[in-house]
Design a protein. Sequence first.
Length: 270
Amino acid sequence: MSMRFVSRRQFLRRLGGTFAAGAGIALFPAGFASASPNANLASGPGRTGDGPAYPGDPGFVARTPGELDAAKASWETPEYGYYTGHNPSNPGTAIDSPWQLVAVNASTAYALGYRGQGVALGMMDSGYRPTHEGFQTGLIVPVRAEGFYGTSGFGYRNSATPANPFTAGQRFTVAGDQARTSDYSHGTGMLGVTSGIRDGKEQHGIAFGSTMYVAMTGGSDTQSHGPFHDYVYWRTANKALVDAGARVINSSWGSYVQTLDRSRFDGLVP
């Protein structure tokens, strides 16, 4: 079937100036047909080509500028979530639905044929629960590496009494899918936001078509940054992600430390 190609500039102009010409231009294929790197993607609803998605998924890829709005809407199922984080079909005001995909306008990328295919990512977090139904995919891969701690300290610092000690010379194993039961809620949540499968249930990840390699920090959701990490472990875990092929590594930071005397900083900032 012959199709009419449009240039990037023509496509941007037809979008009504939604994107500035030249800004983020790598996101857009040269045309909505075989010249695109996503040429194997099917265009009809329920047919997502090289996937991954689920049978009957209404999401489809726009082939012309005129199809873009409909293509975007086709990905915005209840699994995609709502901007407010509130499912309007449920009573009350509690946040009970994902909002992250809406916040980053992920459906635009999906409508253009991009959902992470062929991209290798890495996550350095508190581990994850491998039995979670949202992670039953070969695209989520835990990494494993071993070494010996270079310092002594505690993995858990955000409490009055530090815990989970480690000792210089002690052997460690990096295992992203073998977190302690009490550790992995943050890592599980973050992995869901980035990589949860799109299967018509609950939430799916932003880049659900990418491969995600997962390492564990060696602490937990209450581990803190700063001088409390063992950097031999930290380097080993991150190197395992790099060696696996990760091109971008995500880590969450920002915890404060309850065992640190923070009063010495009082009054230093106007």
